[in-house]
Structure formats: C-alpha cells, structure tokens
Design a protein around this ligand. Structure first.
Ligand SMILES: [Zn+2]
Length: 192
C-alpha cells in the first residue's frame, strides 16, 4: 500500500489512513474522500488538529503547487462531514443488502441482553432521551460500540423502510468498516 506524509505532523501513513485533498480547476481546496479525483493530491491525518495546522501553515498550496482560494476550516470540515455521511449511509445500505442489520428498539434491547451480541449499535439523533440512555447503558455494559447518527427518517430510508430509531449490525468486516468511519465522523464533528 502506497504511503503518504501528513502535511501537518509529517507522519508517514498508508494512503487509506490519510485524507486526500485536491485543488479544483478554479483553485478551491477540495476534500477528496474517495481518493479518486484526478490531479495532484495533498494529505493530512483525519484529525481536526492536523487539518487546522496544515491550513495555518499554508501547506496545501505548496503541496498542490497552485494558488488556492482562501478557505476556512469550517468549510473543509463541512465537506468532510458530508463525505463521511455519504460513506456511512452507503455502508448501512450494504448492511441492509447483506442482511447484517436488524432494526427496532425492542429488537435491539433484546439482542443486547442475549449471548449473540451485535458488533455495533447506531441510534437515531431524534431518539427519545429515555430510550437513548437505556440502549446506550446496555451497549456500554456489554462493550458494544454505540453511536448516534442520522434521524429516524434517514435510518428508515437507508433500510428501505419507515422510521427506524435504532439499528444493530452483526460483527464482521462491514461492521468494522462502519465503526472506523463513525470514529472519523466523531473526530471531525469534535465529539468525543
Ligand atoms: Zn497529521
């Protein structure tokens, strides 16, 4: 796997572990989350610190060898969050196709109390506070990764169903990939 250097901290990591940026033809710095946009690329770690440092050091223009339009950190993190949302949504869609996902708060509470623990639980951002605390508590007790993302409406749509308050994923490769992207999303959103 090819390696690249983070513009900010100079760490050398595999391309997969870094975030790629390109300059659009009119000089806008663009997050290239899929890593497939043509042209010269620049890289940073997927952390707000490295992104901000690279901006402050004006490292992007130098690395991309072009005159860039001024860009705010918030604009880049906005692009990145959007890319992550798209990626996470597509992975949830894949989980639906491979039937690696179950939904419904009762079903998920049952699974968290059983021996066949899920590998990941995602609850909707508009889940009621009571249910949120209850499911989170169960997940933490069983050390099942737990995240809050998307509205009930979005979660349902991703599964091709009506409103869904919570999803649970079977342990496996797809679930590991989802967790990795959710961790990134949390990092970029500044949540801990
Ligand atoms: Zn870095």
């Amino acid at each position: 796997m090819a390696e690249r250097t983070c513009l900010a901290c100079r760490k050398v990591l595999s391309k997969d572990a870094l975030l790629r940026y390109v300059a659009s033809p009119d000089g806008h710095l663009t997050v290239d989350y899929t890593g497939r946009l043509p042209g010269r690329g620049a890289y940073t770690c997927v952390t707000l610190d490295c992104l901000e440092t690279a901006l402050k050091k004006r490292a992007f223009g130098r690395a991309l060898k072009t005159e860039l339009q001024p860009v705010e950190l918030a604009e880049l993190t906005g692009q990145l969050k959007e890319a992550l949302e798209t990626k996470i949504a597509s992975l949830i869609g894949m989980g639906r196709k491979s039937q690696a996902v179950v939904s419904g708060t009762n079903e998920i509470q049952g699974r968290l109390g059983s021996r066949q623990l899920p590998g990941l639980v995602i609850v909707a951002t508009d889940l009621s506070a009571g249910l949120y605390e209850k499911i989170k508590g169960l997940a933490q007790q069983k050390e099942v990764p737990f995240y809050r993302m998307f509205s009930k409406d979005d979660l349902g749509r991703l599964l091709g169903k009506g409103l869904r308050s919570a999803l649970a994923f079977e342990p496996g490769g797809l679930t590991d990939r989802l967790i990795a992207e959710l961790v990134r999303y949390q990092t970029v959103s500044g949540e801990k």
